[in-house]
Design a protein around this ligand. Sequence first.
Ligand code: G3H
Ligand code: MG
Length: 282
Amino acid sequence: MGFNYKAIFVDLDGTLLNSQKVISQRNLKCLNEFIDNGIPVVIATGRTLKSVKKVTQGLKIDTPIITLNGNDIRKSIDGYSMMLSYVDNQLKEAIFAMCKNILNGNSDYYIQNILFDTANGFYCLHPNLLDSNEFSTHYDSDVKELDIDNPPAESIVSFLFLLTPDSNREAFLTEQTKFFKPLGAKFCTFNGWPWIELGSPKVNKGTAMQYVCDYLGINMKDVIAFGDGENDVEMLAEAGLGVAMANADLHALKIAKAKALSNDEDGVSVFLEHLKQAGNIQ
Ligand code: G3H
Ligand code: MG
């Protein structure tokens, strides 16, 4: 096999999944052939494990899986959490203070819902606003209702906020700087505005890739990684070859060393097949 990398790290939405949220037969066949040849394929996504399972059926992954943008690294598709990262207490308190401030109307925008994962379950401010089909795609556990005045004491893995569709992005940016920047944290909009995500500021797909590479006994320089979004930037920067999809956002395109066709053109497998045929790296 003329392929000089020891592992393939691949994002899901916008990368391995097409617009129908499906892995094409070509992508599936290509990645399974690499796995059969001893090259690990590591999924690195913002999704939960449950929704990874749903969309990766047919892919013979037997190596760790990076979920929740690196906040939860699973040993395998059926495995336990090898590394679970939590939002620290100071940041957690700041987040709840911000939420109360907004919910009390002291802001130019409004939070429609708050959702977060803990090691013991999933909380939501307004469970009645959740789409139950969508929810069951992503989460195993029943939802617990959040009392914003008495938030749970347990540690939080990652937050999701849903603002109202007409929310003023600039107003939110100003507010979030006040609340989050002193704590080293930064909100992300991986699901698209007005969804906002926040995990441990110390964790991203790049730190998770380092963890998984150590576990696999390989160097990050021997990794080829594919991604399309802001949440892929650290992974694309640290990999030996970071590849952005043609449909990638500006953050990913700027940092990547190479560009693949879009996710709807089987960009991952087309790129990998070219590498194999060329018998060299680029
Ligand atoms: O939270 C999930 C978002 O859709 C991002 O997923 O990291 O697989 O692109 P992704
Ligand atoms: Mg993506």
